[in-house]
Design a protein around this ligand. Structure first.
Ligand code: ZN
Length: 287
């Protein structure tokens, strides 16, 4: 996947990455000096500290941290680009196809754990969208898991993850999240799980819609193997695959995201049609 026009805007971005995200640090007296200088220059001390940290070279073990930090920064720039492009795509679709106004969510990167409007979150829970505060949360180290543990490397695989989470925001704006909330407690657990599968497959469909429109709007250019890499990611995070990996057997009634085959198919449908009306997973009989 190539960027033709990446939007690096930070106005909907919240950086909560901790020390493992930005490792090179000045401590003690150095910090105090920076703070005094910051006050003299009337600047944000944290910002100046970051600038100073970038300028002052470091050696030894910090070198490794710097490499990790650079890699983490690259992942941030990439994911933020995907996130912004998704907002651009959806603004257009809402305006042209739905005649509705789109509201941007916020993109939050964190390290290890953080607080959200939906409760505490840790890296192990994976990327998620919280409807209460309309924020997409991601610990960027997830992308290493995606590549290594789930064997799903590739740009479009990573982009699919972010686009899927923005898909949940679309569902909030279109009322699907409220619908799910109303159903909770009214239907059996098995039925609720089935609704949850429909919700997830729709988010996959929306991720496909994003890829198609981002391409048409000349934001990204897909290259050979890209669609396969996204498919591979959708395949890897299907409930059947995950259950097989975690417990060695598959329990379809407990599925909450859909099978690998379903996830790939709905992403593909979004990508191939580019038509938001084709994505009502709540109305189709056969998912
Ligand atoms: Zn999801």
């Amino acid at each position: 996947m190539k960027w033709l026009n990446r939007n690096d805007d930070q106005s909907n971005y919240e950086d909560r990455r901790g020390s493992s995200g930005k490792k090179v640090a000045i401590g003690g007296i150095g910090t105090i000096v920076v703070f005094v200088i910051a006050l003299l220059l009337n600047q944000d001390p944290q910002q100046l500290l970051n600038t100073v940290n970038q300028v002052i070279p470091s050696g030894g073990s910090e070198q490794i941290d710097e490499t990790a930090s650079k890699e983490n920064e690259d992942l941030k720039v990439f994911s933020l680009g995907v996130f912004n492009s998704a907002n651009d795509v959806w603004t257009k679709i809402f305006e042209e196809q739905l005649k509705k106004e789109y509201r941007n969510p916020t993109f939050v990167t964190f390290t290890d754990q953080t607080e959200s409007g939906c409760g505490g979150a840790s890296a192990s829970s994976g990327p998620f969208y919280c409807p209460a505060d309309e924020k997409v949360y991601i610990d960027l180290s997830f992308f290493h898991e995606l590549a290594n543990r789930f064997h799903a490397p590739g740009d479009l695989a990573m982009a699919y993850v972010t686009a899927h989470e923005v898909g949940h925001h679309i569902q909030k704006l279109l009322g699907y999240t409220d619908y799910m909330q109303n159903q909770r407690g009214q239907v059996s657990e098995t039925e609720y799980n089935e609704l949850s599968v429909r919700l997830e497959l729709q988010a996959d469909f929306y991720a496909g819609i994003w890829a198609r429109h981002a391409e048409e709007m000349n934001i990204i250019q897909l290259e050979e193997g890209d669609i396969e890499s996204a498919m591979n990611a959708a395949n890897a995070v299907g409930d059947d695959n995950l259950q097989k990996q975690m417990q060695g057997y598959v329990v379809p009634e407990s599925f909450t995201h859909g099978t690998s085959e379903q996830r790939m198919r709905w992403f593909n449908k979004g990508y191939n049609t580019g038509d938001i009306r084709k994505g009502n997973t709540f109305e189709v009989e056969q998912l």
